[in-house]
Write a protein that binds this ligand. Structure first.
Ligand SMILES: NC(=O)c1ccc[n+]([C@@H]2O[C@H](COP(=O)([O-])OP(=O)(O)OC[C@H]3O[C@@H](n4cnc5c(N)ncnc54)[C@H](O)[C@@H]3O)[C@@H](O)[C@H]2O)c1
Length: 247
């Protein structure tokens, strides 16, 4: 028996990386999964992998930054599955640049997807969780939201916002038996980080006490812990997954 047997989880940004790893670990724990990403076709691989684990999976196109899209897709998920027990707000992007060169568009895009997207999905799904009087929300923040980083003022502000949002939501929804927590990954090997120049990757590795980059599974393990009943008395917390970089 898995800890998520009979439960429904919605994962955003589920096509690849940390989102895909999380969907697979939740499914391995017994959950049926609503997979969301910008385009349905991108999610086909994750959907097939969840089904191969013997769980139900359905894919939904959703731009987390668009409120109409979020309302429509969450409505479709509710219609298809009847409930939502776990929400993982994972979709996110970077558009790095030094402050003096950062365009307003790059600022807005990152804040819209990372922060407003988390707000919109949380609002739409918590309506369902409030009716159920149960639910667990895990937001994917970043250590950059805790410590900042040159060249990432938009990203760091968005992730600091996600952390603050998590704490407020945790306090607001606790009376309805809904928990909200965040993970703050460090440097994780995914498509998001693959493109960083080798020199920067080497510099980052020097600063990681555990002397390796994280994997999507490293983060997914912690998301699954926070999402499940083993963390039943944990809410409003930020757990770093960064090989000991931020202590
Ligand atoms: N990789 C890292 O080192 C790292 C570190 C800290 C935090 N994070 C965070 O982890 C999360 C996942 O990152 P990843 O490394 O797996 O990246 P990734 O780029 O591999 O995956 C991100 C996914 O989000 C989807 N997405 C992007 N914009 C979207 C939108 N508007 N609506 C719906 N889906 C959208 C993408 O299509 C993609 O499938 C992000 O929030 C990221 O900020 C990553």
């Amino acid at each position: 028996m898995g800890q998520f047997d009979g439960k429904i989880a919605l994962v955003t940004g589920a096509a690849r990386g940390i989102g895909q790893a999380t969907a697979l670990k939740l499914a391995a724990g017994g959950a049926d999964i609503a997979l969301c990403d910008l385009q349905k076709e991108w999610i086909a691989e994750t959907e097939a992998k969840v089904k191969a684990l013997g769980r139900r999976a359905e894919s939904f196109a959703m731009n987390v930054a668009n409120s109409e899209d979020v309302t429509r897709a969450v409505g479709e998920v509710e219609k298809a599955f009847g409930r939502i027990d776990v929400l993982v707000n994972n979709a996110g992007i970077t558009k790095d640049g030094l402050l003096m060169r950062m365009s307003e568009e790059d600022w807005d895009d990152v804040l819209d997807i990372n922060l407003k997207g988390t707000f919109l999905c949380t609002k739409a799904v918590s309506r369902i969780m409030m009716k159920q009087r149960s639910g667990s929300i895990v937001n994917v923040a970043s250590i950059i939201g805790l410590i900042g980083n040159a060249g990432q003022c938009n990203y760091s502000a968005s992730k600091a916002g996600v952390i603050a949002l998590t704490k407020s939501v945790a306090k607001e929804l606790a009376p309805r038996n809904i928990r909200a927590n965040a993970v703050a990954p460090g440097f994780i090997s995914t498509k998001m980080t693959d493109n960083l120049p080798e020199e920067i990757q080497k510099k980052m590795l020097d600063n990681i006490p555990l002397k390796r980059f994280g994997t999507p599974d490293d983060v997914a393990n912690v998301i699954v812990f926070l999402a499940g009943d083993e963390a039943a008395y944990v809410s409003g917390q930020v757990l770093t997954v960064c090989g000991g970089m931020v202590t």
